[in-house]
Design a protein. Structure first.
Length: 198
């Protein structure tokens, strides 16, 4: 069944969002259209407001309505503990977990020859500036357990070696509740290599 052009455009835009395919986008559009006053219009207003007020933090690369962001300016945060992540989604995931009370550095990607991303394409300068200004006691590399993540972590570790700031990396391996027989070879190898004495 063919819908009006506006409905098809709405479905097409929704289908571009991560995690939404054409069928999910069609269901989301239908839900919005059934209750335009309580769902669609508030969403449209909030999206318009967010588009004009949300910006990238000049210190860490987070998205916020303030620059510097609320994390960077929070006096309760440990400014000497910098956690390096690939993207803002990773930062938000760590914040949801509530385990990091320091600050962040969002790289905006990882080194990738295939994607054409080199060191100059990553948001490294603010991190180096923080280290040069003093006060950074540790840099935690919280990058994905991918080839690109490992390459980026290795490159950063070499780059930061001359600063004298200790560099650590988040653990990788067997997830909580994970069964060994369903894990891939790379995850098992990382888990066995990164083992520690109890």
């Amino acid at each position: 069944m063919k819908s009006s052009n506006e409905i098809e455009q709405l479905i097409g835009l929704l289908a571009r969002l991560p995690g939404l395919g054409p069928r999910s986008a069609r269901r989301a559009a239908l839900s919005l259209l059934r209750q335009p006053e309580s769902r669609m219009l508030p969403l449209a207003h909030l999206m318009e407001r967010a588009a004009s007020t949300v910006r990238t933090c000049s210190l860490c690369g987070n998205l916020d309505t303030a620059d510097p962001c609320h994390i960077c300016t929070d006096p309760m945060r440990d400014q000497g503990l910098v956690c390096v992540v690939e993207n803002v989604g990773d930062l938000w995931a760590l914040e949801r977990a509530g385990v990091h009370r320091g600050v962040y550095q969002v790289l905006g990607g990882t080194l990738s020859a295939l994607a054409g991303l080199g060191p100059d394409d990553l948001n490294i300068a603010p991190l180096m500036g923080r280290i040069e200004n003093g006060g950074v006691r540790e840099v935690i590399l919280a990058l994905g357990a991918t080839v690109e993540g490992a390459t980026t972590a290795h490159w950063l570790q070499e780059r930061l070696a001359s600063t004298g700031v200790p560099v650590s990396r988040v653990g990788h391996g067997v997830p909580m509740g994970g069964a060994l027989d369903v894990l891939d070879d790379g995850t098992l190898a990382a888990a066995l290599t990164a083992r520690r004495v109890l």
